[in-house]
Design a protein around this ligand. Sequence first.
Ligand SMILES: *[C@@H]1O[C@H](CO)[C@@H](O)[C@H](O)[C@H]1NC(C)=O
Ligand SMILES: *[C@@H]1O[C@H](CO)[C@@H](O)[C@H](O)[C@H]1NC(C)=O
Length: 509
Amino acid sequence: MRRFFSLRNLVRALLIPVFLLVAHFSYVVITTGESCITGNFCFSPKISKYRASGLHPRASVIIDGTAPTAEELLRRDLYTSKDWIKAVQFYSSIFQDLISVGFLSHKSKSLCVETSNGQDVFSLKQIGVSDSIGIFKKTAKPLVVKGEGHKIPFDDNTFDFIFLGVGRLDQSSRPADFAREIARTLKPEGFAVVQIRAKDTYSFHSFIDLFNCCKIVTSQDIDGLDSKTPFLRQIVLTKESVDGIIGHGDALTHHSKSDGKCSVLGFKEELVRKAEPLILEEPLKPWITLKRNIQKIKYLPSMADISFKQRYVYVDVGARSYGSSIGSWFKKQYPKQNKTFEVYAIEADKIFHEQYSSKKGVKLLPYAAWVRNETLTFEINRNPGQKVQDKGRGMGRIRPAVASTGTFVGDVDEIQGFDFADWLKNTVTEKDFVVMKMDVEGTEFDLIPRLLETGAICLIDEIFLECHYNRWQRCCPGERSAKYQKTYAQCLHLFSSLRRSGVLVHQWW
Ligand SMILES: *[C@@H]1O[C@H](CO)[C@@H](O)[C@H](O)[C@H]1NC(C)=O
Ligand SMILES: *[C@@H]1O[C@H](CO)[C@@H](O)[C@H](O)[C@H]1NC(C)=O
């Protein structure tokens, strides 16, 4: 009996702090809740604050003597759940730290973006940042009003502080729109704090490109809330003054438009270093060696996080039939991190055009990628001695029309060539993730140097390049293909110069 009683006393003793906690959490919500002008901002009434220790070393709590009614307690079940309390402690500790370094103050007008239940808003209010509100696609009064990250329902230059917790930018399908809206609603010299999961340098640079409105103040790795995100990177940005933004934007456009060249950035070199090595020696059986090499390819999305990109684009230069690589390889095998890619198929050969009309999400450019806009002759049947199984099956080598002085044997067609580098610059930006496959029967020796020279190469994240040289023939041992003049060494030079420029290029077959 006595043991029973003492056990009960013990339980009771343990329950008292829990009750205080419950009372406390309910109190904050109720007071802020009742005084909240929803759709606008919540102004908490004066709360007497006592910092209580013992809850969490870095969390601070407001204790108030007023006990809520039983009904209120029931209504606020959510706010007393274990997960809620844990999350609030987590956010409070982060916000306290931000206050201590001056990125946040009790007077900051604050916004939490894409907060489903408002735990972060709650934490802000709790530590005394009373002018705080959250947005989410579903309202959760009184902490969260309706609104989404890509369309923040507030005026320009409204907030001193904007918070985007972990997972919210990572999982958004429109990170560039989020960045634009944060930049718009943040006051000049205000602070935005964005938490991301990714830690590789590639994704960090994509992130910086997205937020070119702003300057990075700090970036640090911190412990995450739970096992789903054991660590995270927290980046503090500040919006430069209006003059600063215009100046910065101008500088960027001018930079990429005028001199065209892009510098080799360390983070790109890092990817190239991690890539599969180039095959330095000419393979005796290229149809085996090069084909097998494809199994060893280290794809960019298997080395880095590609979440922070505006669009995802695949450009197939020399696409031939839909099934030859878009359908059989890119759609099925290329790792896409669950992103939807826009596909451009560039194919001049008419024989393939019709099948593309039924492919959704694939834009066909029925021209030849070339170094300028001009009419070209397109060699269709080029091997007089050899039986051509599928007449014109994309085997065309292209040359400017003027140069076609009897060097071709077989049918010659006229086609429209276009300035590929120019097209690329008008079609994608550095904020986009761009993958390119190029199989253009020798024209790579014109196109790649042009891409390098114009700087358009910097717009491409990853290239799969088939380089055409006088390779050993499968049919006839000891004989080289007469189709191409270039040697393996010249191909290797093309690949290495691309990699030296920081381009992740793979030997394709
Ligand atoms: C991929 O996207 C789909 C649809 O948006 C989603 O249901 C699925 O959970 C995602 N998978 C991963 C691994 O993110
Ligand atoms: C090439 O032609 C396209 C389509 O007509 C045009 O948009 C582009 O500006 C031209 N490029 C150059 C460099 O003339």
